[in-house]
Design a protein around this ligand. Structure first.
Ligand code: PMV
Length: 350
């Protein structure tokens, strides 16, 4: 019967930027001041699972995040729902009669679950909005370029619409039609690449969220302007080359320098934003000492809007680096902070 809900469930993984997105030129459409590039993790860990149900009997759109009902009127959520419904309506108007019974006007119930801490700087919004947009597209049977819609949920979400190595091209247009994600290389391209997440803090909330942080940075940091105009364009070219050549040294050095410059722009923001903790700084020092010890760049760190470290490395160096981490951060150290064992999640990329 028409009252039986139509439900679809999908998952989307987190992506971790190696060239960071920080700063918008258009707040409403979420258009960035620079292009960015990330690696989408494998589906095994650090993912969002979303179920969307539609039914003629639903009175209103509703959403639950990790089991708790949230405000559906959130503007970015509304943007995604509106854009998907617009595409669905367009498809019907373009004359596919089979779609007449699809019920685009039906209300949706959305249920979304993260298998990692929300808002701890682990790109939860990226997986969340990518998953929402993709699942809605399946429910309403919409196809085509969807990264521009995911972008309007959360900028970084557009990159989680693809696997592997993904760039978000900033675009030039005022309407944002050319601000889209594009796959640079598939996940199978560099199977030896590994990601470790060093959980420095389990705190659920960031002190300064990415939206307000970016606003203050755009308004006050000249370093950010310099970065967007004069640094990132060259780094994007070099990073794409490094990925294509599978040149780990070049990939790793660009990744660390770009993370450092992002956090420098946070410090250059007024009032300043501190995402790195003293433990994050110890992880940075450890990585540089480790690389110096071997006389080659074997390990790279990167940090988003939070203190947790994401480490890129090649498979053959994982056991030894994990040992070094466990040696310098023994589980019993740090008066309880670390007792949770500094979980070293070994996330395979393919
Ligand atoms: O998409 P947002 O608003 O969560 O911003 C993400 C910003 C960083 O994670 C710090 C950088 C990035 O490119 O993912």
């Amino acid at each position: 019967s028409m009252d039986k809900p139509n439900t679809v469930t999908c998952t989307a993984p987190v992506n971790i930027a190696v060239i960071k997105y920080w700063g918008k030129r258009n707040e409403e459409l979420i258009l960035p001041i620079n292009s960015s590039l990330s690696v989408t993790l494998h589906q095994d860990q650090l993912k969002t699972t979303t179920t969307v149900a539609t039914s003629r009997s639903f009175q209103e759109d509703r959403i639950w995040l990790n089991g708790k009902e949230e405000d559906i009127t959130h503007p970015r959520l509304q943007s995604c729902l509106r854009e998907i419904r617009r595409l669905a309506r367009k498809r019907r108007n373009d004359g596919d009669p089979a779609l007449d019974s699809m019920g685009f006007s039906h209300k949706v119930h959305i249920c979304s679950i993260n298998d990692f801490p929300t808002a701890a700087g682990l790109a939860s919004s990226a997986a969340g909005f990518a998953c929402l947009v993709y699942t809605l597209s399946r429910v309403f049977d919409v196809e085509g370029e969807l990264s521009g819609i995911a972008r309007q949920g959360s900028g970084s979400a557009c990159r989680s619409m693809y696997g592997g190595f993904v760039q978000w091209i900033m675009g030039q247009k005022d309407d944002g039609k050319d601000s889209l994600a594009q796959q640079v290389a598939p996940e199978t391209h560099w199977p030896e690449l590994r990601v470790l997440v060093l959980v420095v803090s389990f705190a659920e909330r960031k002190p300064v969220g990415s939206t307000s942080g970016m606003q203050t940075s755009v308004q006050t940091s000249r370093l950010l302007k310099h970065r967007a105009e004069s640094v990132v364009p060259g780094r994007m070219v070099k990073m794409i080359e490094a990925v294509q050549r599978k040149d780990f040294t070049a990939f790793a050095e660009l990744t660390m320098k770009d993370s450092n410059q992002f956090h420098a722009t946070c410090l250059d923001t007024y009032p300043p934003i501190f995402y790195l903790s003293s433990v994050s700084q110890q992880v940075i020092n450890l990585v540089h000492r480790y690389n110096r010890h071997y006389g080659e760049t074997r390990v790279a760190y990167t940090f988003d809007a939070g203190p947790n470290a994401v480490i890129y490395m090649l498979q053959q160096h994982v056991p030894e680096f994990v040992q070094a981490v466990q040696h310098f951060f023994p589980p019993e150290s740090n008066g309880g902070q670390f007792v949770k064992g500094l979980p070293v999640n070994h996330v395979a990329l393919s």
